[in-house]
Every structure is written in structure tokens, then in C-alpha cells.
Design a protein. Structure first.
Length: 188
């Protein structure tokens, strides 16, 4: 992983995505801070950095497709598949809906998904891993061989352990504590 790119992304996340206030997370946990990674990843330089950093994780895991829960995983997936194109890497992307679509093709999984290939779930920030594991269940039900989990930020609140229980190789770009240190907030 390119150390300079990683440091630059942490700076952008600290500046654009970090909020010190009490919030309830999608996991149901209450936290004294929030990381809204989408605020950063919709900035071109940050999207480029996420793609370049995550493509290394994709190569290491030798996966053929990536995706995760809509909405959080969509810009992460987009950044990675754009990097795959730049690096001439054959990689497919998709996303998992919370509920099956009730019209059209009535799909739960949208995009370039294929069953029976090595797959990784992606996420912007992982707390307990619940959203990602919901996506993993849908992917496996559809026939994918889900072997890895990737995130931009690991919050250190149980996600790594949850992925280990599902036998997923989990890797991330940075920790929430690294972002908090950059903004001068106390670590958790």
C-alpha cells in the first residue's frame, strides 16, 4: 500500500468526514463521533486514492468481483473498479439492495454480479460488520464465493471479529483512531 497515498487519504477523511458529536450508528451503537466517508469519496482526489489503495487489497485477495450494501458500498465499489480499469485488471462491481426490487428484474443484487466467482464485500467504514455481513449472506445465497472483506476505515468495534467468524480475510486502509489522531481527538 502506497504510504504517501494512505497518509493523504487519512488527511482528507479527517478534514471532510470526521464529526465530533454523539450519534447512533447503523449498528445501533451510540458513538461520540461519526465518520461520513461519502463526504470524502465524492471528492475526485479521495475517490482516486481509495481506488488506488483498495486495488492492492483486491490483487492480494485474488477476487474477481466486489460489492456491498447500497448506499455506502456504491462509491467505494466505483472507485475500485475505476482503479481496476487504470491497472488493466479484470474486475466486476455490483451492489446489494436492502430489499428485493419490486419492479423490473426484481433483483436483490444489481450490477455486474456473477455467481461462483471469488468475491469481496466492500464498505466505507466498519463498526460491527453487520451491514457487510447482510450483503455477504445475499451474495452467498446468490452463489458467490465470498472470501474477503475490505473497508476504508476500521472503527475497532467488533467488525474484524465478525468477519473472522465468517472466514473472511479482512483488510482496511486505516483505522478510526488514525483519523481521530489527525484531527486531535482522543482515541477510543
Amino acid at each position: 500500500m502506497n504510504a504517501q497515498h494512505r497518509a493523504e487519504l487519512i488527511e482528507i477523511l479527517a478534514r471532510e468526514s470526521y464529526f465530533q458529536r454523539k450519534v447512533t450508528l447503523s449498528s445501533g451503537k451510540v458513538s461520540d463521533y461519526y465518520l461520513d466517508c461519502r463526504r470524502a469519496i465524492f471528492i475526485p482526489r479521495a475517490a482516486f486514492l481509495v481506488g488506488e489503495l483498495m486495488i492492492d487489497l483486491v490483487r492480494e485477495a485474488n477476487v474477481a468481483q466486489i460489492g456491498g450494501m447500497a448506499v455506502a458500498a456504491v462509491p467505494v465499489t466505483d472507485a475500485i473498479i475505476a482503479a481496476a480499469y487504470r491497472h488493466n485488471l479484470d474486475l466486476r462491481g455490483f451492489f446489494v439492495r436492502k430489499e428485493q426490487k419490486q419492479h423490473g428484474m426484481q433483483q436483490l443484487i444489481e450490477g455486474a454480479f456473477r455467481p461462483e466467482v471469488r468475491t469481496a464485500v466492500v464498505e466505507d467504514a466498519v463498526t460491527t460488520g453487520g451491514s457487510s455481513l447482510h450483503a455477504v449472506a445475499a451474495m452467498r445465497e446468490a452463489g458467490a464465493s465470498v472470501v474477503a472483506a475490505f473497508s476504508i476505515v476500521e472503527r475497532g468495534e467488533g467488525g474484524a471479529e465478525a468477519f473472522a467468524r465468517e472466514k473472511l480475510d479482512y483488510r482496511f486502509i486505516c483505522t478510526a483512531d488514525e483519523i481521530r489522531a489527525t484531527v486531535g481527538a482522543p482515541s477510543s
